[in-house]
Ligand binder design. Structure first.
Ligand SMILES: [Zn+2]
Length: 216
């Protein structure tokens, strides 16, 4: 892909230096090396198109590197007729990729904020989650990136983000524990300081037990 990088070079949207990006042919050659490493023969018929498919799949898996999370939130609305209650988008399914093993992390995000006059379209919250999910990630970092970006751009009274996800690097290798989900959260502003705001958020997402001990 050749999507241009935009002008925000913050920690939250690091991308590889595109100047030394390998070519598609180099990427496909690397897949053939991994096929041989697995013990197979990349020249056999069933695998001939695999490198091309893998590289195209990676373009989908990692499309977040071409997206600017700040830009996604740039268009805000102030005509909200005095609405000043919490806005929550819950159960946003995401697919991300563990940066240690490059295998899927699949889960749900719950994103909330208490607006300070400005709001964004709710689809933007889902796109924000995807912009960070479609990268190599660790769940803790992704949670913080979503919350911090929302906080920086909208400057709301508070932000709450909860991620629950299953890590295939844990279920399909290593300790082989399936059915385990990891829960991370980041609470900023009123979500951090005001117990009633936090309680309201947790009750909306229906996850109080998981969060009674977690407060960052
Ligand atoms: Zn992993």
């Amino acid at each position: 892909m050749n999507a241009p990088r935009k002008n925000h070079h913050t920690d939250s949207d690091i991308s590889a230096d595109q100047a030394d990006r390998p070519t598609r042919e180099e990427a496909e050659a690397a897949v053939r090396v991994l096929l041989r490493w697995a013990g197979d023969d990349p020249r056999r018929e069933g695998l001939l198109d695999t490198p091309g498919r893998v590289v195209r799949a990676h373009e989908e898996f990692f499309v977040g590197y071409t997206q600017d999370p700040h830009e996604i939130l740039a268009r805000t609305f102030s005509e909200v007729h005095g609405y000043d209650e919490m806005i929550v988008l819950k159960d946003i399914r995401f697919e991300s990729y563990c940066e240690h093993h490059m295998v899927p992390i699949i889960g749900r995000a719950h994103v909330a904020y208490l607006p300070n006059e400005r709001v964004v379209g709710i689809s933007k919250l889902a796109r924000l989650v995807d912009a960070f999910a479609k990268r190599l990630q660790i769940q803790e970092k992704m949670t913080a990136q979503i919350a911090d970006t929302l906080n920086e751009v909208l400057q709301p009274l508070g932000v709450g983000v909860i991620l629950e996800a299953a890590h295939q690097c844990m279920s399909t290798r290593g300790v082989h524990k399936a059915g385990v989900s990891m829960v991370t959260s980041r609470m900023l502003g009123s979500f951090r300081d005001d117990p009633s705001t936090r309680r309201e958020f947790l009750s909306i997402v229906g996850n109080q037990t998981a969060f009674s001990v977690s407060n960052t």
